[in-house]
Design a protein around this ligand. Structure first.
Ligand SMILES: NC(=O)C1=CN([C@@H]2O[C@H](COP(=O)(O)OP(=O)(O)OC[C@H]3O[C@@H](n4cnc5c(N)ncnc54)[C@H](OP(=O)(O)O)[C@@H]3O)[C@@H](O)[C@H]2O)C=CC1
Ligand SMILES: N[C@@H](CC=O)C(=O)O
Length: 351
């Protein structure tokens, strides 16, 4: 085997990733698969059988990031952590993995939109291990690789603008084109697997703000984090203090008429609502995230389903380079994660 892999998180994305990896016949051994409270591990680094991942047989108890890093550090071949969780603690521990020459692949945005100090540790030139995180923005769409390629080849980014949330794209596409209730579309987006584990992280703009933080930083504008610039929230004020997701979802229908009014006002002007993220580097850099009205002839008005669209305006692309397609969902996100793992295999697991 060329690499040993630990997969942490076997939810929607993690399960789809395991299925795709099993079908890919990639020359790696999966030696650990973890959920929050159960861990399947092959202590002698022999490959686990991906066709039969059975957590019912695993003993109770999750492994800490430090335990996983310690285990992988003993691997006789280069090792990779695939983090398919949205866990903050694991994200903060990536430097521990990198310090042990363990590469990281993840769709988890938390580390990359955290402090600049953590960002610098992740991309420290002296790291021998690799970090790939394509699916942190636009799921499997080639957004991060495109931006990195533009910059690495000497282009200058002027603006990045787009619809970066599969959930909010789906919500505004569905809710805007019919009389369906806002709360019903939010529920459906959750059922379809587009939302974050807690859908309020989508509705409050934080998920898009995290993605915009990542893009802005990659473009050279080191914003302090997702709360360092203006972000619109779609959470009704009285629901901001609700504790559980279940209570929030139960209360949301009470605010359907407020959201319908916003939609109908835009319609009356011949426009539609879209939730967009923008990075403008043409003068003093500015970053913002929120609801905007677009003419029905605008490309952002014609999106379908959970589509994301991102427009890079650069020195070489004054008429923007556009990437568009499904921006959420288990299969497309897992595809981005697997494509990143394949890159690590191709590079032999080390810089
Ligand atoms: N869904 C999508 O369309 C997209 C998702 N992403 C990102 O992918 C990641 C996963 O999303 P998704 O699959 O939808 O989320 P899920 O909630 O379906 O799955 C999360 C998984 O992580 C596990 N987990 C959580 N904390 C820990 C921990 N401390 N140790 C071990 N396992 C843990 C959960 O365990 P348990 O099973 O025990 O609950 C679960 O298996 C998130 O970061 C999300 O932002 C990115 C792009 C698109
Ligand atoms: N909840 C996110 C999932 C992908 O990042 C979204 O809706 O875009």
């Amino acid at each position: 085997m060329t690499l040993n892999v630990a997969i942490v998180g076997a939810g929607l994305v993690g399960s789809a990733f395991i299925k795709q990896l099993a079908a890919s016949k990639l020359d790696v051994a999966v030696v650990l698969i973890a959920r929050s409270s159960k861990t399947i591990v092959s202590m002698d680094f022999s490959p686990l059988n991906l066709a039969n991942v059975d957590f019912s047989a695993a003993s109770e108890g999750g492994w800490t990031p430090a335990q996983i890093a310690e285990f992988l550090s003993k691997s006789p071949v280069p090792a990779v952590l695939v983090d398919n969780t949205s866990n903050e603690g694991l994200a903060q521990a990536y430097p521990e993995f990198l310090a042990k020459d363990i590469s990281v692949v993840t769709p988890n945005k938390k580390a990359f939109s955290s402090t600049i100090e953590l960002w610098n540790k992740l991309f420290d030139k002296s790291n021998k291990a690799l970090v790939y995180h394509e699916s942190t923005v636009g799921a499997g769409l080639p957004i991060i690789s495109t931006l990195n390629d533009l910059i690495a080849t000497g282009d200058r980014v002027h603006k990045i603008e787009g619809i970066l949330s599969g959930t909010l794209s789906y919500i505004f596409n569905e809710f805007g084109s019919s009389d369906v209730a806002f709360s019903a579309v939010v529920k459906k987006a959750k059922e379809l697997g587009y939302t974050e584990p807690d859908p309020r992280e989508d509705l409050n703009g934080l998920d898009v703000a995290r993605k915009v933080t990542i893009l802005s930083r990659l473009a050279g504008n080191l914003v302090a984090g997702p709360t360092a610039f203006p972000v619109d929230s779609l959470i009704p004020k009285p629901l901001e203090s609700v504790e559980s997701v279940e209570d929030f979802m139960a209360e949301l229908p009470k605010y359907d008429t407020d959201m319908a009014k916003l939609r109908d006002d835009a319609k009356a002007e011949g426009k539609c609502l879209r939730f967009v993220g923008k990075v403008d580097l043409t003068g003093t850099p500015s970053v913002k995230v929120g609801v905007e009205k677009y003419d029905l002839s605008h490309p952002f008005a014609a999106l379908q389903g959970s589509d994301n669209v991102i427009a890079f305006t650069t020195e070489r692309y004054p008429s923007p380079l556009i990437v568009q397609g499904a921006g959420a969902g288990d299969a497309v996100t897992a595809m981005g994660v697997l494509a990143d793992l394949i890159k690590i295999v191709q590079r032999g697991g080390r810089k």
